[in-house]
Write a new protein. Structure first.
Length: 333
């Protein structure tokens, strides 16, 4: 269950609080954690209105390994926070308040992260879980974050993404069905089925070839698959169509090039790429709903943050309303 709520006035604070309590209850969080969720979103929404004037909060409930949790991402395009260290101290305020907001959110969260630079807005992540230390869609040595939205005015997104675990490896796929709406979503979802049914011994290029045969009855899709081997510290990547993907290692970023074509329609020979996958490495892949000019240069230090923040900030700054827009981020823990 996921919901994104816009904040433009004080009525939005009450609405996001009600939604958080409802989603926490449905997810099976304890009464204490439901209260924590209400407090966290109220503080985050109030801060957005006070300092940025407007913004949005995305709530997502999920079950990770039998543990129920609620994720909150609060985003704005306000003035940012010049000194995060000071802002986390209770009593610090630039708006005439008690200054307890960020400290309160952190204390009542099972996972907390924040990214802000002066003049470029703020992004805040909080997880509320029945068990401490739960991370978003984490599979042992990996952290994963994603953000996906349909074209403005559409209810169905033609993009999708998915993950699967095969032994010590994590597999990730990102798809963009041609066009928009239900028929685009059908193509993407059928390809996801092929992805999950693939032989564990396959390579990414093999799965793309299987998907090409499996979705011929649809309008087709662009598709990328990455396999992360945590033992051998390698990344294998294969893509078809206009998906942009990079992998970072320290200050270096390597572009992972996809092959021209459309899965299910006119796919050419698939070329698989290999790259090192070291601790702290970050993999980012986007559909063309994000401007192809997206890059990390205007977001210093962002790759050190949680993948959910990385995905949300880049989506906020580069997504286009005229298309479905999806980004997925994987980080080596």
């Amino acid at each position: 269950m996921e919901a994104t709520l816009s904040l433009t006035d004080k009525s939005g604070v009450a609405e996001v609080r009600r939604r958080a309590i409802h989603m926490a209850h449905v997810a099976g969080l304890s009464e204490k954690r439901q209260a924590d969720a209400a407090l966290i979103v109220t503080e985050a929404a109030t801060n957005i209105l006070k300092y940025a004037g407007q913004g949005e909060i995305t709530l997502r409930s999920y079950d990770e390994g039998g543990t129920q949790a609620l994720e909150m991402i609060a985003l704005d395009r306000g003035p940012g926070i010049a000194n995060l260290t000071s802002a986390m101290i209770d009593g610090f305020s630039t708006g005439g308040s008690l200054g307890a907001g960020l400290g309160t959110i952190k204390r009542h969260s099972t996972l907390f992260d924040i990214y802000s630079i002066a003049g470029s807005g703020t992004a805040l992540l909080a997880h509320i879980a029945n068990a401490p230390g739960v991370a978003n869609v984490s599979i042992e040595r990996f952290q994963i974050g994603a953000r996906s939205t349909p074209k403005f005015g559409q209810d169905v997104c033609g993009d999708t993404w998915s993950v699967r675990r095969v032994g010590d490896s994590l597999w990730v796929t990102l798809l963009d069905g041609l066009g928009h709406g239900p028929m685009a979503a059908e193509a993407s979802n059928r390809a996801v089925d092929v992805f999950h049914e693939a032989d564990p011994r396959d390579q990414p290029a093999d799965v793309l070839r299987r998907a090409h045969q499996g979705i011929r009855a649809t309008r087709g899709a662009v598709m990328a698959i990455a396999m992360f081997d945590a033992v051998n510290r390698t990344l294998s990547f294969a893509g078809v169509g206009n998906i942009v993907a990079i992998v970072t290692a320290g200050d270096d970023a390597q572009h992972l090039i996809s092959t021209d074509g459309t899965v299910g329609y006119n796919m050419r020979t698939v070329r698989q790429r290999e790259a090192p996958w070291t601790k702290g490495g970050v993999f980012i892949a986007t559909t063309d709903g994000l401007s192809t000019r997206w890059n990390l240069s205007r977001h210093p230090g962002l790759v050190q943050r949680h993948p959910s923040l990385i995905a949300s900030v880049l989506h906020r700054d580069f997504a286009r309303d005229a298309d479905d827009a999806t980004i997925i981020v994987v980080k080596a823990a």
